[in-house]
Structure formats: C-alpha cells, structure tokens
Design a protein around this ligand. Sequence first.
Ligand code: SAH
Length: 367
Amino acid sequence: MPAPGELIMVEPKRPKPPIHWSDLSVEERKARVIDLGLPGFRADQISRQWYGRLSDKPETWTDIPAELRGELQATLFPELMSSIKSLDCDNGTTVKQVWKLFDGVLVESVLMRYPERVTMCISSQAGCGMNCPFCATGQGGLTRNLSTAEIVEQVLAGARDLANGKIAGGVGRVNNLVFMGMGEPMANYNNVMNAIRRLTDDPPAGLGMSARGITVSTVGLVPRIRQLAEEGLPLTLAISLHAPDDELRDTLVPINTRFKVSEVLDAAWYYAETTGRRVSIEYALIKDINDQGWRADLLGELLAGHLVHVNLIPLNPTPGSKWTASRPEDEREFVRRLRNHGVPATVRDTRGREIDGACGQLAASAK
Ligand code: SAH
C-alpha cells in the first residue's frame, strides 16, 4: 500500500527501452564488462571514452580489444534515440532536437547558447500526465517515463555537438540543465535522480556537471519535493505555481486539487532550508487570468521573507489556446508589486518560439 499522501502514478504499460551504459551504476558496469570476458578495469576506460572524450563510436576505442568493440556496441551501447528533426534559430544558437526513441515515441530537447553559458532543456517523460491546460505537452497525456539513459543521452548529444564545434559560437560545453522539457520529472523520480547522478558524477563515472547548474521543475508533487531535499545535492528546485490561490490553481495546475498551494510552498521552504538553495517560483503570465494586481500582492505576501526568486514567463499560447500573454503594462505592474514585497522577480527570456522550442511548446508527438 502506498503511504498516505503518496501519489499513485500509473504509467501505461509499454515495452522498456534497451539497457544502455548510462543506465548502469559503476558497479553494474564493471559486472557487465566482466560478463563480456573483459577485466573489470575496462569499465573505467569505456566510461572515459563515453563521458570524458564524448566519443560515441566504440569502433574507434583503441584501448579496447578490436574484436570486442562490436559486441560492446551491440550489448551496452544500443542506439536509444535518433534525431528526426533538428531546428535552429537565433543564428544557430538555439537548437531544438526531435528524438525518435526505440519504440517510435517522440521527445524533444532544446540547447540554448548565451554569451557566457550553454543551457539545455530536456525531457523526463514522453508526454505528461499533469494535464495543465495551457501547456502543449499536457494535452496529449502521458505515453511513458523515459529511462535513465534516455534522459542522460539527450544531454550527451548536446555535449558532443558542442565539443565537435557543431553549434554556432564554436567549441563549448553544457553548463546548465533544466528539466523543463516534456514531462513531470518528479513523477519519474528514480530515473531522473539516476540521470542526475550520472550527469554530476565525476569522470570516469559520469559527465562531471555541477549540480548547482541543474534545475528540476515540478508542478508540486509534495512527497517528492521532500525526498529531493534529502538527496544531499545542491540542485535548484523550480515550482510551477502559476497562481497564488487554490481556486485558480486548481484549474491551471490540476494536481493542485491533491496538493494545495500552502502544502507546495511548505515543501518548497523545507527544500530551501535543507539545501540552502534559493527556490524558483515559475509563473506564466496569462492575460486576465492570473495577472491581476491583487494576485501579485497575494503572491508577494506568500513568498516574502523566504529564499525565493520568481520567474515570470510570458505565456506562449499553444495552438487553439483561448489564452494569451499578459499586456506589457500588466507584466511590469506584476513585477513591481512583487518587488514591493521584497520578492525578487524577473521576466524570462523565451527563446526558440519560432521553432516551437519555447516553454510549453514541446509537443513532438502531436506533429
Ligand atoms: N512538468 C514540469 C516541467 C515541465 S514545464 C513543470 O510543470 O514544472 C516547464 C515550465 O514551463 C513549467 O513552469 C510550465 O508550467 C511552463 N509552461 C508550460 N506551458 C507553458 C506555456 N504555454 N507558456 C509558458 N510557460 C509554460
């Protein structure tokens, strides 16, 4: 029986993706390598190729016996995803990839290069079960959870493109990661956490990214937020609040009927206290829906005095949406009122609109 308050998330039954090196822990990798008849120390050599040199061609791994490279590729490095579409804008510094997974399911990731950093926005599920009415992904429902490796490999694909100079601006690396693509990361908790471990473990175990550069965004699955706080990782937590009152939030973020604004914020403050990390509050400004001055004041009152920052996102209208972004003057007034309460707030840049790569537009399965 699930514990009280625990979410029962039923994932549709589907075939599981093939096992990949990025699914395995360091110990499991060693065991697999020994199964192939290789000494255990080869596992670290393989990981150095994959995560250190970002080489995805086992046939070129000259430190591995030539006759074993093919088998290694077939058994531990199956092709998990192929890019069926790559779209770019902003002179090639914003690139969206549409990935086809082993079972034909489509997911998307976006790479955004800024002068001083590269951020990737990745997916944690194919589709999403949270059903937020303003979000394109939410309209199609949940297809399935992504495996650990399907999450990790979205990042490695971007890292390889940057390392090989394929992204405008020259050779680079991925600095920041946001779980703001398709899916609700806290509803695929174990695979997301395993992926984060692979991405933050130092080479040879993993990619060696800084946990401080990783943001996990959630609708507010309270038990999972508390669990995340206990992981001992300095991740950034983002809460998709979008309304300060339960009446409106029940309609914008339907899981609110299960976890109320006050419970979600309590969990957020627990996260901030436990980790010392500033929590991000995501708030999509929707014209005449959640952008009234009184809602800004109410939000300011709820957040004042906490370790928090508000990210206001101009709504990206999804096809057929009856909603649109707030008027510029209402947006400015919203920011002003939050700041009056001493709450830091900024309006997020929405890159990639032209390629349907901006917040809430990722809906590969629908195209
Ligand atoms: N399921 C997670 C992460 C994916 S969405 C979550 O909800 O947090 C990432 C962010 O984009 C969330 O804050 C989400 O509410 C926001 N978003 C979704 N659709 C949007 C849209 N059409 N316009 C602006 N922001 C949107």
